[in-house]
Structure formats: C-alpha cells, structure tokens
Design a protein around this ligand. Structure first.
Ligand SMILES: [Zn+2]
Length: 572
C-alpha cells in the first residue's frame, strides 16, 4: 500500500484509466469480472479529482484531515445523503466499501460539492430529471446586484442541465417573514406583508429583467406552516428538538444530539459557535438554534402545539424543499455566505428527521465592493433599476454571470462597463454576420470545448473564452469575405449564447419595446444616410459631414463599412 501511495499522481491516474477500461468490459468469466472489480476498489484512492475522496472516512482507510482548528475529515461519498447513484455499497471482511458502477464514460457532468469538498461526478437521483433547490430572497428590501448574482449563476446551471437533456424541477423560496421584515414594517408603520409583497415584486422584476427563467415553484414561508409543524414533530419525537420549557413558544434544535452537525461547513460539533438567535430564552446548549420563534407582543404569529410564533429561517427551507422536491433531492444551491449556519442547520434538521435531503451542495461566490460585502450604505446606485440605466439588462446579466460561479466578483463601474463592451463585441459580430450572410439560425450544436467547460463544474469563464474565440475568428472570416465560415461561426455562437441566456435575438432581449423603436429609428437614419451618400456623390463633403455630426449629436454613431454605412446607438 505504501508503494502505491508513493506513485506520482499522473501514473496512478493512468493506471486508474486502464482499470476503468477493464471494468467496462462485459467479461465472459465471472472470476475475471470480480478481479476487475476488486482492482477498481483498490485503485479508487487515485488522483482523479472526481473520485479523490472516495474511501475517505471508511474505517481502515487513509483519511487526510483538513487543516485548521475544528476541521473534520470529509465524508465518504457513500456516507453522503443519497450516496453515489449508480453505485452500491457492500460489506467485505467487515469493511464497508462502495462499488461504483458509473464510469467517466457515461457521466460527463461534474460539480464541486461543498459537503464532499471535492468535484464529484453528477448522477441524478432519477434518470433524466434533476431536482434543484435554491435559497431565494428574504424580502425586506429591493434587490441590489449582489442579491441577483446567484439567480443568474443558477439560471445558467439550469439552462445547461436542460441543454444536456434533463427535465429540471427548480424550487426557489421566498422568505416572507423574518426579524428584518418586521423591523422595516415597524419603522414605516405598515403591515409586515406590505413590506414582503412590495419587495417580492421587486425581486421578481429583477429576475425577469435579467432573463432568469421563472422557477417551477416559488413557495413562501408563511404558506407552509403545517409542513414546518410536521417536521418539528418528527424532530421532537426522535429526540433532536425540544420546545422551550419557559412557555415562550420557542422550539430549538438540539445540536449535541446530532453528531453529524458541522459536516457541511467542515467543523467539529465541539468547535461550533453559539447560535445567534437573539436572547437565549430557554436553550439547553448555546449552539442550539431556533426552529420556531415564540410570539412577541405585536408581532405576527401562527398557532402550533407548543404555542404561537413564527417560522425560523432554517426550518422553512427544509420544509419547503422536502414538500416540493421530496425527502432526497439532487442539488441545493445558494451563496457561500449561507453555508453556515443556514445550510448546516437545514441539513441537520432534515437528516436528523430521517430525510436524506440534498445530494450535492453548490455555492456561488459573493459579489463585493472594494472587497467588502455589499450593503445598504452604498445607497441606491446598485439597485437593479438604477444599474440598468447605465448598462442594458443583457449586459448586466453578462457581467453577473461571466466569472466562475464559485469565484468572488468585485464590483466596480469600470468592470461593469468592460463587461458591457465585451458583450457588445459579441453582439456586433452577430449583427454584421446577419447583414452579410442572412438571419443566423437557432438550434446549432454548441462546440465541444464549450460543452466540456460547462460540464466541468459549470466553467462559464472558460466557456466565454470559446465564445470570444468564435467572435474573433468570425470577424476575420467576415473581413476576408469567407461568408460560409462566418455563417457557421455565427450559428454556433448563437447556440452558446442561448445556453448562457445571452442570445441577442432571444425574445427576452430582442422583442422589447426598445427593439420596436429601433425599427422606427432605423428607417429615419437610413433616410439621413441616403442624403449623406448623395451629398458625397456630388462632392459636397461639408453637407455630408454635417449630416454625420447631427446624427452623432443625437447619439447615433455611423460607421462606413465595405457593405455600406451602418449605425449604432452611442451608450453611456
Ligand atoms: Zn434556505
């Protein structure tokens, strides 16, 4: 075993590839097939990042503990909720081993799973169907661009899954009651639900205007109190929750009763800090968190067997995810800032109640300003309606979606404008290609390297490199008069943009009132340009220049090309 672990990673990977090849063969002799399977188990601890953590945490296997105080070993995939679909767990000489039957040949999608802390092959629970839960908005204020980044990231994920042939059931919740909503309502002297309604509309507008497809279902917390009561009953029955003994109506999750607590956020249960639940009215342990918050005078409340109160933030997500996606579902998403305590508490509640819950945890990085989390102190300048005065919605979508979803994105006005310019270059090529080669068709296949980038943990930045490569090559093809090549590149470009939700010809971006006006302006500008051509033909350059200057003053830039003059609106 020692000799094997000293092999360089590349060598081990090559051997693993050979073994993988062997085990895909349908052996005529059962003994030989068994031998190959044993080899597959032995070689499982190789360097393939998709399987790197296979076997960790299994008694008797090598476990490398993550560094840092309070860190714990990653769980073995067979210990993750739902395990690896396509595999089976067997016991051999008192050791539990997981025999993987899915191979890299039949699995192309891979995601970084926060819980496993590695990239894992993605195999959905049900063939052809993916269930996806995303923590949505707490609607205490209208959204700024930082709130919508995860909406855009997960919209791209959803579109890619659909392109890959999956039916996607997408549930994104709305937290329509919480401390902040109650505070805002109190400050304004209005009902809590007025605040929730108003801001939920602002969020829906923001998602819509940025081209995020609506969720299959968008449940609100206050509509799911019976499901939350049911979950609390199960937890109390199993000894993982308790109603406060002081009659406050609070119900708490008993953290020390659940040794797995901390597994998602990579900390030992002993190292977990006290839960920030305001005053600790009747907790058994400072780490215990509120499932349900007992009513305070003047606050909205709903009756439960333990007294009136309102939902805790964590409980509602477990209850709604389970109601719409089932006790085990494929992907749970959200911002990286939600890993602890929110997602740790969600998974603790559901797992302790006996539900497998999420099989893969995907978290997007934060959008910051000057390295800091976006906050209200920035004023209104980053609210969605304000930002789309400075760039078009499609350009803002490009900006928010361009980086790898797991990386941080630091906002500056320059980077926003650069993104807008990058999108305009893509759009410019498609417009010119359309003028030269005719309408660019829909539905072409995306290039292999683009597909490979998105299959590999949704590598949008690498996928965009393929997009821009096509734009550069397409512009050269147009300059050289290679019409067929330009048409082919334009069709593939449109297919890629469609997956990213950025196709300029999609009704979302092209069918707007603005595009209707564009047609009217187009007619007026062509009249002016014909007059300019006539002036030049009679060598009256002063008149020709005057027409051009007047158009520029109205915000219309004229460019002379071999195909004749074309125009575009000056932005900014
Ligand atoms: Zn949530």
């Amino acid at each position: 075993m020692a000799a094997r672990t000293r092999l360089p990673p590349e060598t081990r990977w090559k051997w693993r590839a050979v073994v993988r090849g062997i085990i895909t063969v349908d052996f005529p002799f059962p003994q030989l097939g068994l031998f190959a399977r044993v080899l597959a188990v032995v070689f499982r601890r190789g360097a393939d990042p998709a399987c790197r953590d296979f076997g960790r945490g299994i008694p008797g296997n090598y476990v490398r503990t993550a560094s840092g105080a309070g860190a714990r070993a990653p769980p073995a995939p067979s210990q993750l909720p739902g395990g690896f679909a396509g595999g089976r767990t067997v016991t051999r000489k008192n050791r539990v081993v997981h025999v993987e039957t899915a191979t890299l040949d039949n699995v192309s999608l891979r995601f970084y799973d926060t819980r496993a802390r590695t990239v894992r092959d993605f195999v959905p629970l049900n063939e052809g169907r993916v269930s996806l839960y995303l923590c949505g908005a707490t609607v205490q204020a209208p959204p700024h661009i930082g709130h919508i980044r995860s909406g855009v990231n997960f919209d791209i994920l959803r579109r890619w899954l659909v392109y890959r042939g999956y039916e996607v059931v997408f549930c994104r919740n709305v937290t329509d009651i919480d401390d902040k909503i109650i505070r805002v309502a109190g400050a304004e002297g209005v009902q809590w639900w007025e605040v929730s309604e108003r801001n939920q509309r602002a969020f829906t507008y923001a998602y819509d205007v940025l081209g995020c497809l609506p969720p299959t279902v968008e449940p609100r917390a206050t509509g799911h109190v019976p499901e939350m009561i049911g979950l609390m009953e199960r937890l109390i029955e199993r000894g993982h929750a308790y109603p406060a003994g002081d009659g406050s109506g609070d119900v708490y999750f008993d953290v020390p009763s659940f040794p797995e607590y901390g597994a998602l956020s990579n900390q030992r249960v002993e190292a977990v800090r006290a839960a920030e639940d305001g005053d600790e009215r009747a907790k058994h342990d400072p780490r215990d968190f509120a499932l349900w918050k007992g009513a305070r005078p003047g606050e909205p409340s709903w009756p439960t067997p333990w007294g009136s109160g309102r939902p805790g933030w964590h409980l509602e997500c477990s209850a709604m995810a389970t109601k719409y996606l089932g006790p085990v579902f494929d992907i749970h998403g959200g911002g990286i800032d939600l890993v602890f305590p929110h997602h740790e508490n969600e998974t603790a509640q559901s797992n302790a109640a006996g539900d497998g819950f999420a099989r893969y945890w995907l978290h997007n990085g934060m959008l910051t300003t000057g390295g800091e989390k976006m906050s209200k102190s920035l004023g209104n300048s980053l609210l969605i309606p304000e930002v789309i005065r400075r760039v078009r919605p499609v350009e803002l979508r490009y900006y928010l979606g361009q980086a790898h979803y797991r990386s941080g994105l630091d906002y500056s006005e320059e980077s926003l404008q650069e993104a807008a310019a990058a999108y305009q270059r893509i759009e410019g090529f498609l417009t010119r290609a359309g003028e030269v080669t005719g309408p660019v068709p829909e539905g072409a296949p995306v290039p292999d390297e683009f597909a490979a980038a998105l299959d590999d943990d949704l590598g949008v930045s690498q996928a965009l490199a393929v997009v821009h490569g096509h734009v550069r090559e397409g512009n050269s093809a147009l300059a050289e008069g290679a019409k067929e090549r330009a048409a082919e590149l334009a069709a593939r470009l449109r297919a890629m943009l469609s997956v990213l939700g950025l196709d300029p010809s999609a009704p979302q971006w092209a069918g707007s009132e603005e595009s209707g006006l564009r047609e009217v302006v187009d007619v007026l500008v062509s009249v002016a340009l014909r007059q300019r051509q006539a002036a030049r033909a009679r060598r009256d350059y002063a008149a020709a220049d005057e027409i051009r200057d007047q158009l520029a003053e109205s915000g219309i830039l004229v460019e002379d090309t071999p195909q004749g003059p074309r125009w575009e609106l000056k932005r900014g």
